[in-house]
Each structure stands twice: as C-alpha cells, then as structure tokens.
Design a protein around this ligand. Structure first.
Ligand code: ASP
Ligand code: MG
Length: 420
C-alpha cells in the first residue's frame, strides 16, 4: 500500500490534470490511496466567499462562488467526454450544498461557515480528477473523506477522532481495495458527529495523507509538488536554493516550526510513529530523485533558511515595574490561546516581554487590547524574521547585511534574527 498526495499546483489547470495519469500509470495494479488538494488557488477563492457571506455581502459571495463554479465546470468539460454528465451532476450537488447556505443569514460563528464553504474545494477537484483518471483507463474509486475522518467541532483547526477514524478506515476503506486498487479522496476536511464539515487547518492535506498512511500501514507516502523536493530555502526568495536529498523527521518538524513552507508539521508524527518514509517528488519531472524523509540521522546538512515577512513585534512592559515572572508569562500565553495566535519568537526580561508574531491586524489589535490591561504595549510592524538552521558566520553575515537588528535568539543549531 502506498499513499500519494497531489497538491493544488498539480491540479491547477486542465494541462496539469492531464499529466496525472502518466504519473499514476506505473503504479497501476498496486494498492494506492490518492489524496488530491483543491485546484490551484481554489481554497483562497473560497475563503473570499466565506468572508463576503459573513460580512453580509450576499451578492458578492454568490458572484465569487459562481466564478468558482464556472471554472470547475469548464475544467470538467475540457477533460471529460463519457464521464462528463455524471461528474457534472456530482459537482452540482456540491455547489448546491454551498448555495443553500449562502442564501441564509449567518447566525453562527465565522469558523463554522468557513468550513462549510471551504471544504468544497477538495470535493470538486477530486471528483473531476477521479472521473478523468477513469476515462484515461485508470480505474479508481472516489470517496468522500468526510464519511471516514471524524473530527471534533473545533472549526478550521479540527482534531481527528483517531479511534473512530481508524475503525472507519479498517471497515470501509480497506475493503475497497479488493474491488479496485486505487482510491481517490480528499485531504484537509472531515466531519463532526453531527455531520457538519470541518477543516484541519490550511495545507492540511499532507496531514490527512499521513494519517491514511499510518492507518493503512503504508510502505511509503509520496507528496507530488511543483518543486524538485524539499529545498534549503524558498527558491522564490533565494534563487540559489538547493534540493536536500535526505532529511530526518525531526529536522522537518524544526523547519516547519520556524515557518518553512515545506510540509504541514502535523504530517510527520503519524509517519514517524510507524517509520513510514515520506518522499517529496516533482510532478513536472518524475525522473528527479526528490527528497526522502525518514528516521535515520542525516549529516552535513546545508544552512536551512526561512525568511518571514510581515512580522510584528509586540513589546510588553509591566505597568508598575514589577517582575513579569511566571504569572505574567502564563497570562500572556493564555491570551495567545484566546486570540489564537502563535508567537514566532519570544524573549523575556525582568519587567518586559517581546513577542514576534505574523501580522494579522485584527488578531494583533485584539491581543494588544487584552494585553494592555496587564502591560504597557508597544507595536512595531513591517519587520522580517530570519531563521537559519545549521548556520555559519558567513551565511549569517550575508543575510543580515545592511539590516538593522531588532532582536536575536541563538543556539548552536539555530539562529533567529528579527530585522528592520
Ligand atoms: N486546499 C487546502 C489549502 O490550500 C488544503 C491543502 O492543500 O493542503 O490549504
Ligand atoms: Mg495545497
């Protein structure tokens, strides 16, 4: 058993989807579970629909949604002949699910509506790709992963009910492979016990695939991307970025923690627990070796660079010059939880705390307001956070040259510099 995950870029257009059969053909006859993301930037587009709807911009929401409908119907029309009508009917069922909701007025929390709307992206893409694979002679069964992955009702960041999901995989997914060796399904989404749709957090499809790999005891998971593999920096920011051929799970978790947009950090644990290797391969050129991620130690890694823009520094100073101490820090962490932000860097002194966060203006306002009851609060925006793992003096000097340093944290392995 193998698990494959295709990201949004691999299904972003008719041309891209046309390449998927050639990637899968060599594996025909082997048991393969295939997870496919929403097409291209569909998730972002659906987020806009959810926002418009929730802000009471009813017509705009419907208009934005109609664009998503059209693009999916057009894609299906280009790709499908025999299966077009059946696929269209399936797409229209999902459209209707969303449109019903868009005609109501929001009475529940935003995150609930977000999930009901955004989950449709993967349902649409997988319906189209599954039908196209079938037409290309690659037999497969499509399943709605919401029937399998049960979660809690923590919308937009739902937690998977593992025992229930494991039973469903065993009882309902495994037997499918006796009929057809390939199963096509969605990542990123699930459903509550009340059958409300949920999402697992942006970029959650890798995680879904990893949970499947774990529960199906897969021999490996492959993530097909439009890059050559895991790189030591974002090639858009650093044109000389290199592919890292081999990494271990811990390193990938560290990289993700510091904000490298490689692999959703939750992805690693389910694989690590069963020692399942993770391959990152390029769907544009399948002959490239890509990256393998496993449990063994890997020596001689190059400097791994993560650059995060749009950072905000929140400086907190205790009002009466009393020590911040544990209680101040604890109350602050409490606030992080309430506002749902994660600090990227934090430094504490006797009477002050400095916190670096992604600049989500609404959340930062909320945090600053709540914190102002305990501290004097100062905010600085438009900063850049540089993180280098396995750094050396040369690379550190090069990447900080000409910048003003605001804050630095350094261990033997990792250096972080917040810069103006
Ligand atoms: N489509 C979702 C997203 O863009 C999930 C994923 O692709 O992993 O975040
Ligand atoms: Mg994606």
């Amino acid at each position: 058993m193998k698990v494959f995950k295709f990201g949004g870029a691999s299904a972003s257009s008719v041309e891209r989807i046309r390449q998927i059969p050639a990637i899968l053909r060599p594996y025909q006859g082997q048991r393969l579970l295939v997870v496919i993301s929403a097409m291209g930037k569909t998730t972002n587009a659906l987020e806009k629909v959810a926002e418009a709807f929730y802000n009471g911009h009813h017509d705009e929401a419907l208009h934005l949604f109609s664009q998503i409908k059209t693009s999916h119907l057009t894609t299906a029309k280009y790709l499908l002949i025999q299966n077009y009508l059946a696929a269209e009917a399936q797409l229209r069922d999902f459209f209707t699910e969303v449109e019903w909701l868009l005609h109501d007025k929001p009475v529940r929390e935003y995150d609930y509506y977000y999930d009901q709307i955004v989950c449709i992206g993967e349902l649409l893409s997988t319906s189209i790709v599954s039908a196209f694979l079938a037409e290309s002679g690659i037999g497969n069964q499509w399943i709605d992963v919401r029937d399998i992955f049960r979660t809690d009702a923590n919308f937009r960041d739902a937690a998977i009910d593992m025992p229930y999901t494991a039973r469903k995989v065993r009882e309902e997914v495994l037997p499918l492979f006796d009929q057809e060796s390939m199963v096509v399904t969605q990542g990123f989404i699930g459903a509550t016990p009340d059958n409300e749709s949920t999402t697992l957090g942006r970029e959650g499809s890798d995680y879904t695939a990893a949970v499947f790999a774990n529960l199906l005891d897969a021999e490996g998971q492959t993530i097909w991307k439009d890059v050559q593999g895991v790189m030591n920096a974002d090639p858009k920011q650093f044109p000389d970025a290199k592919v890292i051929r081999e990494l271990n799970y811990d390193e990938v978790i560290e990289m993700a923690y510091y904000g490298a947009q490689v692999i959703h950090p939750n992805t690693i644990k389910p694989l690590q627990n069963k020692g399942i290797p993770l391959y990152v391969k390029c769907f544009l050129d399948t002959s490239l070796p890509g990256t393998v991620i496993h449990n063994q130690a890997v020596k001689g890694l190059p400097p791994i660079i993560v650059l995060k823009q749009e950072q905000v520094l929140v400086q907190l100073h205790s009002k009466d010059f009393s020590f911040v101490g544990e209680s101040g820090t604890m109350r602050l962490y409490d606030l992080f939880g309430q506002v749902r932000v994660k600090p990227n860097l934090m430094q504490s002194g006797a009477v002050s705390l400095q916190v670096c966060l992604d600049d989500r203006p609404a959340k930062i306002e909320k945090l600053a307001l709540a914190a102002s009851e305990l501290f004097e609060v100062q905010i600085e925006r438009s900063l850049t956070l540089l993180t280098i793992r396995h750094y050396d003096a040369e690379v550190l000097a090069r990447l900080t040259a000409g910048r003003q340093e605001v804050l630095r944290q350094q261990t033997q392995q990792t250096v972080q510099v917040l810069m103006r």
